[in-house]
Design a protein around this ligand. Sequence first.
Ligand code: HPA
Length: 236
Amino acid sequence: MATPHIQAESHEVAEYVLMPGDPLRAEYIASTFLEGAKQFNAVRNMLGFTGTWKGVRVSAMGSGMGMPSIAIYAEELCRFYGAARIVRVGSCGALQERLKLRDLVMAVTACTDSNVNAIRFRGASFAPAADFSLGLEAYRAAEKRGVPIHAGTILSTDTFYGHDGDIDWKLWASYGVLAVEMETAALYTIAAKHRVQALTLLTVSDSLCTGEAASPEERERSYGSMMEVALDAVIA
Ligand code: HPA
């Protein structure tokens, strides 16, 4: 079997999938955390691997950046490969001062400035939400490991670089939105359509409030603990 963007037999992809934006992060998850990992996809270099975590089969596959990209891979994983749980593991920009670099953010729900859902729902507004039980497991796993985690609303934006510098993030911040990234509103919507459990975990890589950004070494360390939290949650 193959889909336009995934060249794998259906049995090669696990029911539980971690999705980093960067396909090389999928390779990192596979080589660092999964036992006996085998690659199942290389179409467009969107690498995908399946191995085991604590004896349970788990896949890790890149999503690419932005909602059109993750929407393609999530749809194909849900519709053709029988994904049952998808956990996005990514990075975000903090919109609130209390969020520190390397903290974890759990997206309970995602606002968006994108038109993708306005098109899908004919102008009405769908509320993309995380799977509650998956979120609960991730929150517990983070607390158990002593990883600071903030659960709340995030913004999925279509523009990393705005017209005139930053996006209009202060508007969203004034409504308590925790952080900004570029994929979750689409992931939660597609998962809902297919009754697939979905969750997004993000590491704070930069802060729009303070202008600071984590160094590559700092990112590496915090990504590691996020992956362990995500893996524990997805197999729970
Ligand atoms: N904007 C959008 N996506 C992001 C950011 C940001 O500032 N940081 C990490 N992902």
